[in-house]
Write a protein that binds this ligand. Structure first.
Ligand code: SF4
Ligand code: SF4
Length: 178
């Protein structure tokens, strides 16, 4: 019985805690001293600041990925498309494609957890505009490695240029010799 009362108290108090947050934020929208977004940030000239655990466009290391499909299997909307081929004279697979369809992705990060080699993360990039749906299909195996891994910002120009890249940037058996 004591547990029942404790759970009831916890349920009611957490609902009120949540409502207090809503009330505080709602009240702040009527604060006349509140700065506008552009007074806080110089976006798009400078990237907008994001929280440390923000879930933006992915960061992906094509050189580490072993093509195990765990991320694609975990994705609830099936928006990760992986192409791979067997490594000749060796073990495992080499990637030929690693495409994420951002018209479907909902940035849930469920693809990050199962990766056995930690080569996919949610990044801090929040914008990737394009004039066509094709621009929202990002093949990370065709992007420059520093862009795909998040050392340089993922941007529409890099994505557009990656569409003309015929082979994965990491080289290997998928590329023609010579
Ligand atoms: S963030 Fe979620 S929806 Fe997007 S690719 Fe990963 S698992 Fe799929
Ligand atoms: S889970 Fe990791 S290693 Fe496996 S295919 Fe996905 S990104 Fe590559």
């Amino acid at each position: 019985m004591a547990d029942w009362w404790k759970n009831l108290y916890r349920a009611i108090s957490t609902v009120f805690q949540g409502l207090l947050v809503t009330l505080r934020v709602w009240k702040s929208t009527y604060d006349s001293s509140r700065k506008t977004f552009t007074e806080h940030f110089e976006y798009p000239e400078l990237p907008a600041r994001v929280a440390p655990r923000y879930r933006g466009f992915h960061r992906f290391d094509v050189t580490t990925c072993i093509g195990c499909d765990q991320c694609a299997k975990a994705c609830p909307v099936d928006c990760i498309y992986i192409g791979k081929e067997r490594v000749e004279n060796g073990k495992g697979f080499r990637l030929t494609h690693f495409t994420i369809d951002y018209t479907k992705c909902m940035f849930c990060a469920l693809c990050v957890e199962p990766c056995p080699v930690d080569c996919i993360f949610m990044g801090g990039t929040l914008d990737l505009s394009s004039y066509s749906r094709d621009g929202a299909l990002v093949d990370y195996s065709r992007l420059p490695i520093d862009v795909a891994w998040g050392r340089a910002t993922l941007n529409p120009t890099a994505v557009a240029e990656s569409k003309a890249v015929l082979f994965p940037v990491h080289g290997g058996p998928s590329q023609p010799e010579g």
